[in-house]
Design a protein around this ligand. Structure first.
Ligand code: RTP
Length: 148
């Protein structure tokens, strides 16, 4: 089954949105496969956002990610990468639809509460980076009423 990497950024943690984010993914029908609250080093944040290293906002983005603890999670389910991006909403909260996490809770693009993998390939890389220790096992027949 497909997996995605979701991170609640320092603003989301400090605003008390951890339960809200987890609730949305749980209620949709996705399985939580790993979760930890961590302070990341600058070099680790730079690695996570390596694709954006040439962007003018890169230094500020890294500074923001290391400014407080983040919640790193792996969620599993059918089409969870694309559906996860929908739950998260557009990068810029100005264009994020109401009903999405960023649409409901964020104002500034540089304080947009949450990260979600943008492709299955990037999800695989991000999960390997953040959870080298591996994921939790669920029973294979868990919640059969959600999936065909
Ligand atoms: P994320 O990686 O955090 O899920 O965000 P994303 O795919 O929706 O957007 P991406 O282009 O990968 O940008 C990563 C994060 O950088 C910050 N950003 N700031 N000031 C700016 O113009 C700007 N553009 C992007 C955002 O926090 C964005 O989530």
């Amino acid at each position: 089954m497909e997996q995605t990497f979701i991170m609640i950024k320092p603003d989301g943690v400090q605003r008390g949105l951890i339960g809200e984010v987890i609730g949305r993914f749980e209620k949709k029908g996705f399985y939580l496969k790993a979760m930890k609250l961590v302070n990341v080093e600058k070099s680790f944040a730079e690695k996570h956002y390596a694709d954006l290293s040439s962007k003018p906002f890169f230094a500020g983005l890294v500074e923001y990610i290391v400014s407080g603890p983040v919640v790193a999670m792996v969620w599993e389910g059918k089409s969870v990468v694309a559906t996860g991006r929908k739950i998260v909403g557009a990068t810029n909260p100005l264009t994020a639809e109401p009903g999405t996490i960023r649409g409901d809770f964020a104002v500034d693009i540089g304080r947009n509460v949450i990260h979600g993998s943008d492709s299955v390939e990037n999800a695989r890389k991000e999960i390997a980076l953040w959870f080298p220790e591996g994921l939790a096992e669920w029973q294979s027949n868990q919640h059969p009423w959600i999936y065909e």
